[in-house]
Design a protein around this ligand. Structure first.
Ligand code: NAD
Length: 316
């Protein structure tokens, strides 16, 4: 381990993606060196273009399905397409990234004896039979559906993290991230907030799948980054899994209406059939993260939406 002072050299896989780019930015602000590893499958250089002149920042084009030999003090493993459109485009690659990628990054962490954090997901709960979801709930996941490459890939990655922890005493952190939104979301990833904002800004019909009464909760990206940093810094005996997200529920219909109003749009709402395995309700119980890390989201939905709408206005 090469750790000479309060600052570290930190590897962020998937660092050119939506969440990864915000994380790289924050770690650099804290004075750390950041090695951003990305194969640009869904991420892009534009997300980190503002960081490249920083001498503490380095980008490496690399697919984590292959072993990586670098020297770092800490690892955030975020690489994985996160939106259904992207992860279903090449489902075998999605599972490989989750599983082979986890094995490679865990192998690296083991060799270097460094701490590693896994970006897991609320999708490990599948279509949950309990509400809100607590970490002790084992989930309700279809193993053979079109979302399974992601859900089961992430579940297997969690298993690998805990086996490396038990078998090799590796220091691990497992974050179960719920819906997150904000600037740098991919404009065509089909996620609900980016979709609605783009449709609203273009005054196009806003598509709602099903009756729109299904609920979601959304966490602004700055809040999520704060929780990931706190989790990484937490005592070694706190491994997670821990839910990170916002517990404030909103129906998809209410969300669409809010975005139409805030964007000053003329869009109308139209309904289409629900896709397979779309969960009806998704809301984290965040008691554990509140108790262990003293964290809860601070940004209210309107403020977060305003910043996100401004971002999409600028790029489309
Ligand atoms: N955004 C959310 O709401 C959300 C929710 C739950 C979990 N997560 C998890 O957080 C992480 C980041 O999500 P995001 O929203 O920033 O997604 P994203 O698609 O914007 O970012 C993922 C990044 O990983 C890179 N990548 C994909 N496969 C790779 C591979 N094999 N090797 C190297 N790089 C690879 C992509 O190019 C991209 O830059 C993901 O692991 C995702 O599963 C995100």
């Amino acid at each position: 381990m090469r750790h000479y002072g309060p600052t570290k050299r930190i590897l962020v896989t998937g660092g050119a993606g939506f969440i990864g780019a915000h994380l790289c930015e924050k770690l650099l602000e804290q004075g750390h060196e950041v090695l951003c590893v990305d194969n640009f499958y869904t991420g892009c250089r534009a997300n980190v273009a503002h960081l490249v002149l920083n001498p503490l920042f380095e980008i490496l084009r690399h697919d984590i399905c292959f072993p990586l030999y670098v020297e770092v003090d800490e690892i955030y493993n975020l690489a994985c397409p996160a939106s259904p459109i992207h992860y279903q485009f090449d489902p075998v690659q999605t599972t490989k990234t989750s599983v082979h990628g986890a094995i490679n990054m865990l192998g690296l962490a083991k060799r270097l004896k460094v701490k590693i954090l896994q970006a897991s997901t609320s999708e490990v709960y599948g279509d949950p039979a309990i509400h809100p979801q607590v970490e002790s709930y084992w989930g309700n996941v279809n193993p053979i559906g079109s979302r399974s490459c992601y859900d089961e890939g992430k579940r297997c990655a969690e298993t690998l993290f805990f086996d490396y922890h038990r078998q090799h005493n590796l220091k691990i952190k497992v974050a179960r991230i719920f819906n997150t939104y904000g600037p740098r979301m991919h404009p065509s990833d089909g996620r609900v907030i980016s979709n609605f904002i783009i449709q609203a800004l273009r005054n196009k019909d806003i598509t709602i799948y099903g009756d729109g009464l299904q609920t979601r909760s959304f966490c602004y990206v700055d809040d999520l980054i704060e929780s990931l940093l706190k989790l990484m810094e937490s005592p070694d005996d706190f491994t997670g899994p821990v839910n990170l997200g916002s517990p404030d529920e909103i129906t998809i219909l209410e969300l669409a209406q809010k975005i139409i109003d805030m964007a000053g749009s003329k869009s109308q709402i139209c309904h289409k059939p629900l896709p397979q395995d779309d969960p009806h309700q998704r809301q984290p119980d965040i008691s554990l993260v509140k108790e262990k890390l003293g964290w809860q989201p601070k940004t209210d939905l309107e403020e977060g939406l305003r910043k996100t709408i401004e971002y999409f206005e600028a790029i489309i």
